[in-house]
Design a protein around this ligand. Structure first.
Ligand code: IPM
Ligand code: MG
Length: 364
């Protein structure tokens, strides 16, 4: 089969981790006879430096003409001044919005061999296998008004948490569909004791639940959920959550797997269903880690595992996806670790070496 893929390496460690993920993808292509046609584009700080905007028109056009997008990371201290007009992150947010990528899937699995890499007790994280479904194109990130201004009594600023019924319905549906194919437990996260938008969220989730009698729906306040994720993470199967809350809790949840460097993510433009190939953008959940950039230090596994999600959701290649995931697990079982997950007695390797090891396994 032939696929067209847009690659946006971005800033910081982005180029290094995408290079390794592409290496693994090309090896999959070689082994299973698929042709991945790659096109490269600019996004984020590099795009600002070259073109003055974070998301150049060419990049958006190229992404639209492809079957999927692979992204590294954006941002860095060079573009972080709060007074600047263009920000690398705006490029990513606009891209998510313009490509209609409303459903962000972030699976958190504890690899048994990485139990010693986490800060939590082994008995707490044992058996953790959960997936966040984060709403990605609405809520506090995009709501209007959103601005800062001066008044006679000092400066003021506002952000707005806005959700429409339709936005909530489609994301909750993704949660139910995924739960249906898993352990059939969906936790809908909100702050309905305080926020009006959360009360609507809870009502709509309850309404959609009527169509999924086989899935058990539980509502949970976001603060309680933050606590439960540390106290008893194995409790969770699928969680559906708004944009801002999801941003926060997915970083928290990544620590269950030992490192943010292990957390893959898929941002989809539709509801994932068996047999359907959905346009998606795939990126590690971590940032651009500017201090690690160029040092061959970064963990490429979050990006490699994002490629597995791409094979599964956008290319309809579950066997190939599994091959990549198995390869990652085997390399970890053999004791290879990047700096972020290394522990006593393990073999420390760099970004490139980790990519080579996984690619070698994938090649069979
Ligand atoms: C994420 C990141 C982004 C977000 C940033 C880089 C804009 O933190 O994907 O979680 O907040 O969504
Ligand atoms: Mg985040």
């Amino acid at each position: 089969m032939r696929f067209k893929l847009a690659v946006l390496p971005g800033d910081g460690i982005g180029p290094e981790v995408t290079t390794e993920a592409v290496k693994v993808l090309q090896t999959v292509g070689g082994r299973f006879s698929h042709d991945f046609n790659l096109q490269y584009g600019q996004l984020g700080g590099v795009a600002i430096d070259e073109t003055g905007v974070a998301l150049p028109d060419d990049t958006l056009k190229m992404c639209k003409a492809c079957d999927a997008v692979l992204l590294g990371a954006v941002g860095g201290p060079r573009w972080d001044d709060p007074r600047v007009k263009v920000r690398p992150e705006d490029g990513l947010l606009t891209l998510r919005k313009k490509l209609g990528l409303f459903a962000n899937l972030r699976p958190v699995r504890v690899f048994p061999v990485l139990v010693d890499a986490t800060n939590l007790k082994p008995e707490v994280i044992k058996g953790v296998d959960l997936i966040f479904v984060r709403e990605l194109t609405g809520g506090l990130y995009f709501g209007r008004p959103k601005r800062q201004w001066r008044t006679s009594r000092g400066r003021r600023a506002v952000d707005s948490m806005v959700y429409s019924e339709l936005e909530i319905e489609r994301i909750v549906r993704v949660g139910f569909e995924l739960a249906r194919g898993r352990r059939k437990k969906l936790v809908s996260v909100d702050k309905a004791n305080v926020l009006e938008s959360s009360r609507l969220w809870r009502q709509v989730a309850t309404e959609v639940a009527g169509e999924y009698p086989d899935v058990e729906l539980e509502h949970m306040f976001v603060d309680a959920c933050a606590m439960r994720l540390i106290q008893n993470p194995a409790y969770f199967d699928v969680l559906v959550i708004s944009n801002m809350f999801g941003d926060i809790l997915t970083d928290e949840a990544s620590m269950l797997s030992g490192s943010l460097g292990m957390l893959a993510s898929a941002s989809l433009a539709g509801v994932p269903q068996a047999g359907a190939d959905i346009f998606g953008l795939y990126e590690p959940s971590h940032g651009s880690a500017p201090r690690r950039a160029g040092l061959n230090m970064a963990n490429p596994l979050a990006t490699v595992l994002s490629v597995a999600l791409m094979l599964r959701y956008s290319f309809g290649l579950p066997r190939e996806a599994q091959t990549v995931e198995d390869a990652v697990e085997e390399v970890l079982e053999e004791g290879y670790r990047t700096y972020d997950i290394v522990s006593e007695g393990k073999i420390k390797v760099g970004t490139k070496e980790m990519g080579d090891l996984v690619a070698k396994k994938v090649g069979g």
